[in-house]
Design a protein around this ligand. Structure first.
Ligand SMILES: C[S@@+](CC[C@H](N)C(=O)[O-])C[C@H]1O[C@@H](n2cnc3c(N)ncnc32)[C@H](O)[C@@H]1O
Length: 283
């Protein structure tokens, strides 16, 4: 297997100046989820808990994704919906539908998405977490959010390849994998959040999610981008599958966690610091 270039930029993906236009084949990422309380701090600069502004923050990165993807390149976005009670009124924030609208506005083609079902044992009662002693009495319980979405978008028409392209053929998946991966509901347990402190809030996805997506939507030697890298799960999967990689992570302290996550293969990864002036986003 070849070892294509892998780099991680410690910096802000709203300006990916280190990545040239039309140089990325696949994006696999999980952004901070608007209106999910663990991420509120991250959105502070756009005014605490304003749903529209949080999506406008993400849109700046999505516009960069549109610039760096090749024609026919694919973006897979893992996101969950959120619920919150404000001034005593319950609200559902359907992040997945907002992201679809925003990608459509940028001209992407929306493909059928994946529903990632995470096994859970915690149904909810009147917005108060577990049912507790309320038992089995209708009608005030609501359905537990135990699904996340993997939204799939394509930039323009599908990629074309020469007949019998050797890299494409070497990247083939099995019938069993095809039958499982290309069905709409994936039941995959969430990642065990083993890291403590600030990093515990990273909410990493399990290795299986990026591994499947990279195998489904890219070929050997392609370049995969994760603009919200967190602990480095997508990087680890990309290296394991012989893909090139570029990742962005804003929190400097994640660098050691990424190294630890990737293990011995991290010696192949170049870590770059983004130039400070780039961090100032001009609206
Ligand atoms: C949901 S986590 C990603 C988790 C990741 N999939 C994993 O498995 O560890 C989102 C990450 O995006 C980072 N982030 C948020 N805004 C960013 C930005 N503008 N540029 C780069 N990274 C950003 C956060 O610091 C956080 O680590």
């Amino acid at each position: 297997m070849t070892h294509p270039d892998c780099k991680v930029v410690i910096g802000d993906s709203r300006r990916m100046t280190e990545v040239t236009g039309e140089s990325v084949h696949l994006v696999v990422t999980s952004p901070p989820y608007p209106m999910v309380s663990i991420w509120d701090g991250l959105f502070d600069e756009v005014s605490a808990t304003t749903y529209d502004l949080m999506h406008e923050y993400l849109n700046q990165t999505w516009r960069e994704v549109a610039r760096v993807l090749i024609q026919g390149g694919i973006a897979c976005i893992n996101i969950g919906d959120a619920t919150r009670t404000r001034d005593g009124v319950f609200h559902l924030y359907p992040n997945h539908s907002r992201v679809i609208e925003n990608f459509e506005t940028m001209g992407f083609i929306t493909l059928p998405y994946i529903l990632w079902k995470k096994p859970t044992t915690k149904p909810h009662y009147k917005g108060k977490g577990a049912f507790l002693g309320s038992g089995f009495l209708p009608p005030n319980a609501y359905v537990t959010i135990d699904m996340e979405y993997v939204l799939i978008f394509r930039k323009g028409s599908p990629r074309t390849f020469p007949a019998k392209d050797p890299m494409r053929y070497k990247s083939r998946f099995s019938k069993k994998q095809r039958d499982e991966w290309f069905s709409q509901v994936w039941t995959v347990p969430g990642a065990r959040q083993s890291i403590t402190g600030v990093e515990r809030r990273i909410a990493s996805f399990p290795d299986e999610i990026p591994r499947r997506l990279i195998s489904m939507f890219s070929i050997l030697d392609d370049v995969v981008l994760d603009p919200f890298l967190g602990s480095g799960t997508t990087l680890k999967a990309a290296i394991g599958l012989g893909r090139g990689f570029v990742g962005y992570e804003k929190q400097t302290q994640m660098k050691d966690i990424i190294r630890e996550r990737v293990g011995p293969q991290s010696r192949r990864v170049r870590f770059l610091e983004q130039a400070k002036e780039i961090l100032t986003v001009v609206e």
